[in-house]
Design a protein around this ligand. Structure first.
Ligand code: ACO
Length: 328
């Protein structure tokens, strides 16, 4: 069976920066409240012209360059997004055409903030089974289009961006590559985070728009507690399954939803702060993008070296959660 390696990464965030001070002028909030409750200082906002696929293509080009893979070599494009260009065709199909990946299949994966880990798990199976050799995985989100900019409970939290990863099946006896991916869901908590307007349960009408059903709804407080519990569980299960201890982890890359969630996970695992990658301050919660964006920054910033044990843990709407354990 082939080992599955990440051989290139790349990311793109829009130029426009929305700071906590900008938000102070829009809703009844303060830089102090946002920073102490979430760890965020600013986030990026896509221009009116940009679609999720446009951000994805920019990140994809960087990851392809980083990996040395050409578009013609790609067997499959997976796009993790909760904010696709449209219902169909998939955002992955738009990317496939834009980058000229002539022989590639393409589809989207919907698992909200856990989308990258879900897509990584799908890619792992396709490569391990021998079906595909080279997969381009991109997470892309423009949540700013689905936020109620008058609701201080949610509008301060989210940011836009895209991040891509190139995966390849490799032979030989080395121990590097993906060790395991674990994915989980519990749909009974669907009402904690959702966006229903425009779906078949709630086709768009003047009434649904007046009731703001086309915008994200979230019960942040309940989510917070479940997020901590499930991320800790996913982390521990990944370690136990593969015979590792918390002290073996070189870097934890958690989904960046709230710095307090990340701190609580770290405290629960008894993992020192220097072993956790956090960039929420600059980008806010970029949903499926947050883990691959953090991975790209960690790699480019020299925080990951060959042989390191990397644990990624995600949590998101669905509810969905999961982990990926990787030997670099
Ligand atoms: N500025 C000032 N005050 C605010 C703001 C704001 N931006 N937002 C809320 N408040 C107020 C509330 O109205 C409330 O006031 P009240 O006591 O008078 O009613 C008070 O602050 C406390 O509100 P809480 O909701 O209890 O605040 P909490 O400390 O829980 O922080 C937060 C809220 C940041 C949303 C937190 O609960 C959280 O991060 N939850 C997890 C969210 C999450 O993980 N979301 C993404 C999931 S991933 C995905 O799939 C997209």
């Amino acid at each position: 069976m082939k080992r599955v390696k990440i051989i290139g990464t790349g990311s793109y965030v829009p130029e426009k920066v929305l700071t906590n001070f900008d938000l102070e002028k829009m809703v009844d909030t303060s830089d102090e409240w946002i920073h102490t409750r979430t760890g965020m200082s600013e986030r990026r906002i896509a221009s009116d012209k940009d679609k999720a696929s446009d951000l994805a293509v920019k990140a994809a080009h960087k990851a392809l360059k980083d990996s040395g893979v050409t578009p013609e070599e790609i067997d499959l494009i997976l796009v993790a997004t909760a904010t696709p260009d449209m219902f169909f065709p998939s955002t992955a199909c738009f990317v496939q055409s834009a980058i000229g990946a002539k022989k590639s299949a393409a589809f989207d994966i919907s698992a909200a903030c856990s989308g990258y880990i879900y897509a990584l798990s799908v890619a792992e199976q396709y490569i391990k089974s021998g079906k595909y050799k080279t997969i381009l995985l991109i997470a892309t989100e423009i949540f700013s289009r689905y936020i109620d900019w008058t609701d201080r409970n949610t509008c301060v939290l989210f940011g836009d961006g895209a991040a891509a990863t190139v995966l390849k099946g490799v032979g030989g006896n080395k121990a590097d590559g993906i060790i395991s991916t674990l994915i989980y869901s519990d749909g009974k908590y669907a009402d904690l985070l959702y966006l229903m307007g425009g779906g078949s349960s709630s086709p768009l009408t003047h009434e649904t728009i007046d009731n703001k059903l086309h915008l994200l709804k979230m019960k942040g407080n309940s989510l917070f507690k479940i997020a901590v519990k499930n991320m800790v569980k996913a982390a521990r299960e990944a370690l136990t399954l593969n015979g590792y201890k918390v002290s073996d982890i070189d870097l934890l890359i958690p989904h960046q939803a709230n710095k307090r969630i990340i701190d609580a996970v770290a405290e629960n695992l008894e993992l020192p702060k220097e072993k956790i990658f956090v960039n929420i301050e600059k980008y806010g919660n970029t949903s499926a993008v947050s883990i691959p964006l953090a991975l790209d920054e960690a790699l480019k910033g020299g925080r990951i070296k060959e042989g390191d044990l990397i644990l990624m843990v995600a949590f998101g709407g669905g509810l969905t959660w999961g982990s990926a354990l990787i030997r670099w």
